[in-house]
Each structure stands twice: as C-alpha cells, then as structure tokens.
Design a protein around this ligand. Sequence first.
Ligand code: SAM
Length: 283
Amino acid sequence: MELWFTEKHTPDVNFSIRVDQQLCSMQSDFQRIDVFDSQEFGRFLTLDGYMMLTEKDEFIYHEMITHVPMAVHPDPKNILVIGGGDGGVVRELARYQSVQSIDLVEIDSMVVEVCKKYLPFTACSLDDPRVKISYADGIKFIRQREAEYDIIIVDSTDPFGPGEGLFTKEFYGSCYKALRDDGIMVNQHESPFYPEDATAMQRAHKRIAKSFPISRVYQAHIPTYPSGHWLFGFASKKYHPIKNMNPQKWEHLGITTAYYNTKLHSGSFCLPTYVEDMLKDVE
Ligand code: SAM
C-alpha cells in the first residue's frame, strides 16, 4: 500500500509526494504540525497541511531570503527573523562572523521543538550564542521596537491563520520603525502564478511599496511551492538591491552556497513581463 502527502495548490491542482513514513503529527495552539520522510525530497515539514520545507530543496529558499539582503547591507550586525521556527534562516545568518545578534520571533514553540528533533539540518544553529528566541506574535513584538535592526527577515507562513497579520500595512510600518536608517526588510512574498497567490502577492507589494522608499521583488525556483515560481520582497530605506551589492566583498567572505551567487543575485530581480505588469498595477 502506498502513502501519499497531497497539498491542494488550487481547487483544481494537487501536488503529491509519495511518503515512506510519517514521523510526527501534533496539534499546537496555532496549527497542525506534521513531519514526513520521503524518497524524493527526504524529510519535510508541513503546517496545517501546507508545505513549509523539504530536505532536498530548502537550501534554495533559505539561501535566497538570507544572502540577498546580507550581500547588500554593508555591515549587518543585528538581525531580526520573524517566523522561521524551522531554523533555516538562522542557519544561514549564523555563517556570518560579522553578525552580532539574531533575534528569532516565532509564535509557536512547538514548531521549534519538532524541528530540533526531526529536522536537524535546518535547526542546527538555533543554539548559536548569538540567537535569542522569543515565542511571541511577530505583529505585537515588532510594535515595541525602534531603530534596533539592520535587517528584518519575515519568514512567515502564508497570509492566513497566524501569518495573516504579517502581510498588513501596520506590520510593514512597524518593521520600518524597527529598522535603523539604512535598514533592509526581506519577506516571503508568495507567487505570481496561481490567482490566489498572485492576489496575495500584489496586496503585499502595494503595502510594502507604500511603507518603504525602495521596494523591489526577486524570484527563485522552489520545486515544492505552488507552481515552483516563488517571489521575495526586498524593501529598503537606503540601499538599492543591485547597485549597492558588492560582489567581491561578499565572495571574499568565503560562504559556500548551492543556489545563491552574486550573479544570480542581480539576475533574480529581472522578472517576467507578466510579473512586472502585476507589480506596476499596484505601485
Ligand atoms: N518558508 C516557509 C514558507 O515560505 O511558508 C515558512 C517557514 S516557517 C516554518 C513559518 C513560521 O512562521 C511558522 O513556524 C509559524 O509558526 C510562524 N508564524 C506564523 N505567524 C506568525 C506570527 N504572527 N508571528 C511569529 N511567527 C509566526
């Protein structure tokens, strides 16, 4: 008998992975948390039945959401990660000696515990002495912060359930206030392909563009996310994502990656015409 994990990408499109074993299924105060083992994608985490990350392709998402802002900001020391309880973003940040503090604000402590137990490949740096984990709602946490961070990375679930508030104008305004004068915010920005995801993407972009002087979108191919065509938001008070990226300086750091590189960095901001048109419609 075969066991399959299936996620509905639209009411008419399913995405399925054949599963060898279900390793964990728990219900927290916020969501259902499942971990599976599979031939094709290795171990993978789902929340409320939505794919969060797989062992095989998580490097793409975590490298692109982290190294793009880190290669632009000239001296990123204090970083805030909102969401990100699997630890993948923290793992990538911890590779920078220059980083002095990483605040991780995750609403659900059970996600961190499950990932520490079953997904050590993403949770491996959560014990880094520079990491401070707060189990709190990112929306409330950010309201109390002012000019404290060089970079904010919003590694949230999709804009419904606990993640909904992380896509609002109020939240983006609070992120602006929590950043220093040359701060950068990067966020998980959904996808342009399926109508529901595209609407969420446009709504987020409109709100971010109203909150930051520089607001761009970049892309990556993530096989296990709906359509595989995934976007990230790059919002900045001062630095341009391509003009202010110093390839030699980043390459000199000697950080090895499997997806990100400084040529791809610039290329990822070159978007398909239909995506550019979607963004222009709301700018
Ligand atoms: N890379 C994944 C994606 O793009 O969907 C996200 C991974 S990470 C597991 C998402 C995390 O955001 C979850 O652990 C969830 O608990 C957390 N989260 C959702 N809403 C939140 C909120 N309001 N404050 C803090 N964390 C939140």
